[in-house]
Design a protein around this ligand. Structure first.
Ligand code: ZN
Length: 112
């Protein structure tokens, strides 16, 4: 991985972390319990509960992703082996790292 690619990946991760934090803040508001007597606009209580369940799932996903990204960031700076497949020792394509920064194997090895 070139220094430039490393920098590019780092910026992408930092940007995504910031975005995820905003998203998580928003979702945390959405997963608050639905008060039985609260007027929820045009949503019925059932719809509100379903929407809430979806927000909970999204919140879990966002938190998992955030954790993975936060773990990746220091590795990106300190680990000279970062971006090298731990199995075949070939460079992991930048595109894959952007999509899944926590991946330590290339697609082919991970799929084995
Ligand atoms: Zn590999």
């Amino acid at each position: 991985m070139t220094e430039e690619e490393r920098q590019q990946l780092k910026e992408t991760i930092i940007g995504e972390i910031a975005g995820l934090k905003v998203e998580i803040g928003r979702l945390q508001e959405e997963v608050k319990p639905v008060a039985p007597d609260r007027a929820i606009g045009r949503l019925t209580r059932m719809e509100a509960i379903n929407a809430q369940k979806m927000s909970e799932a999204n919140l879990r996903k966002a938190r998992t992703r955030l954790q993975a990204l936060e773990k990746t960031l220091p590795r990106l700076e300190e680990d000279d082996e970062f971006g090298i497949c731990t199995r075949c020792e070939r460079p992991i394509p930048l595109k894959r790292l952007m999509l899944m920064p926590q991946s330590r194997m290339c697609v082919r090895c991970a799929g084995r």
